[in-house]
Ligand binder design. Structure first.
Ligand code: URP
Ligand code: ZN
Ligand code: ZN
Length: 441
């Protein structure tokens, strides 16, 4: 993974003025392992002191954090900015997307390089760097998709994990047949290669063949609207793939990270697999499924229903959002991402007559932290330490940037969010920072 560290120099001149010194005073520091009333002193983007009665240089800018929580900035392990998929391009580019992330308390995102089938992984990686480097407003890293398999792909994976590129995670798709999907043989080879390279394999766990057949059957019956999306890929279709991915990872001797887990059945399958697995199994869920449910697919307004289309889909079972909060609190799931992959209404219209053509994806990079706070901390399901763990520290540990990120401590990056636990605000497309013209929250 690549991490761009906050610059400390401009035009080669090292800035050492009071502008680069900041004291956050009187706040309550929350880490994943404890809470303490402490001041935090920062110089040049790095935390230099944490404690009380600190000796600070004159002229330092001070933020009074009385009544506020001082937490590690969020790390969103799953975004798609400027991605082109299903005939459309994401509304949020790396500038607007990361600007929205920062507005919501996220200071680092990890996006996905997704090569076309047959495309060089290195070429795709370089394209992503070109798109992102000049635009990002926060630190970022990159996972790389393995969307086809050959000895050349294996070689490029070896190159990508070198110091030069620093990639340490690869995503494979069990869905999106005829696009990014790998069959089980290729998935096994990719996971074996991850194990050899000590990289982390990630999977999108849904059975692409079942989805394809169900889609044909639904369309033949005249089900063309967004409700067909969830009907073509119910919980079982996700849970089967979770189980299969775990078996393949176990055979390959690899750990496994399952992205965007959206159902109670999928979490149960993961828990079952854990009891027999030789290596770590990590589960990520999304702000979307914590914040809302699949009832929206029945909305008579196409714009509304299509805006909620993502894969795996939101589930009709109304107890899903609370169950996902509980799974995060109980360590059945380890992280929450956004899978931010936004499409304007005009792009969602591509699937007006066929739900399978609605570009997949929803917003969330801006609201991920607030949604989880509201649904899990304000309800008493999760304490603030666990909130920090699942929104930041666990991602830092899993993707090898701990304790540079994900922690308030001396020598860590000053990626900090000053969080007002009493602040109330209404989330809407009219006031969000994201580019997209709909907000599902
Ligand atoms: O619907 C989704 N999740 N869109 C983004 C691509 C992916 O599968 O992560
Ligand atoms: Zn996916
Ligand atoms: Zn995604």
């Amino acid at each position: 993974m690549t991490v761009d560290v906050t610059p400390t120099s401009v035009s080669g001149i090292n800035i050492k003025s009071s502008q680069n010194r900041l004291l956050i005073k009187n706040g309550r520091v929350v880490n994943d392992d404890g809470i303490e009333d402490l001041d935090v002193y920062i110089e040049d983007g790095i935390i230099k002191q944490v404690g009380r009665n600190l000796i600070i240089p004159g002229g330092t800018r001070t933020i009074d954090a009385t009544g506020k929580l001082v937490m590690p900035g969020g790390i969103d392990p799953h975004t798609h900015f400027e991605l082109e998929m299903m005939g459309a391009k994401c509304a949020d580019d790396f500038y607007k997307g990361t600007r929205a992330a920062v507005a919501g308390g996220t200071t680092c995102v990890i996006d996905f390089v997704l090569p076309q089938k047959g495309q060089s992984l290195l070429e795709a990686y370089n394209n992503w760097r070109e798109k992102a480097d000049g635009k990002v407003c926060c630190d970022y890293g990159l996972h790389v998709g393995v969307t086809w398999w050959s000895p050349a792909v294996k070689k490029e994976m070896q190159q990508l994990v070198s110091e030069q590129y620093g990639v340490n995670s690869f995503k494979m798709f069990m869905a999106y047949k005829d696009a990014w999907m790998l069959d089980d043989y290729d998935l096994y080879c990719a996971m074996e290669t991850c194990a050899e390279l000590k990289a982390l394999p990630q999977v999108h766990a849904e059975n692409g063949h079942i989805i394809a057949r169900n889609t044909e059957k639904l369309l033949a019956k005249g089900v063309t609207g967004p409700e067909g999306h969830q009907l073509s890929r119910d919980e079982e279709v996700e849970a089967e793939a979770v189980n299969r991915a775990c078996v393949i990872a176990n055979q390959a001797g690899a750990p496994l990270y399952i992205v965007h887990m959206m159902s109670k059945s999928a979490v149960r399958a993961l828990q079952l697999a854990r009891s027999r697995q030789r290596h770590a199994l990590i589960g990520e869920t999304l702000a979307a499924t914590v914040g809302t449910d699949g009832s929206h697919y029945g909305n008579a307004c196409f714009r509304h229903a299509a805006a909620h289309v993502l894969s795996p889909p939101l589930r009709p079972d109304p107890s899903t959002p609370q169950a996902m909060c509980e799974a995060l609190a109980d360590d059945h799931l380890q992280l929450i991402g956004s899978d931010n992959c936004t499409f304007h209404e005009k792009d969602k219209q591509l699937g007006k007559d066929n739900f399978a053509k609605i570009p997949n994806g929803v917003n969330g990079v801006e609201d991920r932290m607030a949604i989880l706070w509201q649904k899990a901390v304000n309800t008493g399901i999760m304490d603030p330490c666990r909130f920090v763990a699942v929104t930041s520290s666990n991602a830092a540990k899993i993707f090898n940037i701990w304790p540079q990120k994900g922690r308030i401590a001396v020598n860590s990056d000053a990626d900090i969010v000053v969080w007002d636990p009493k602040l109330e605000r209404t989330i809407s497309a009219a006031n969000h920072k994201q580019a997209v013209d709909f907000n599902i929250s």
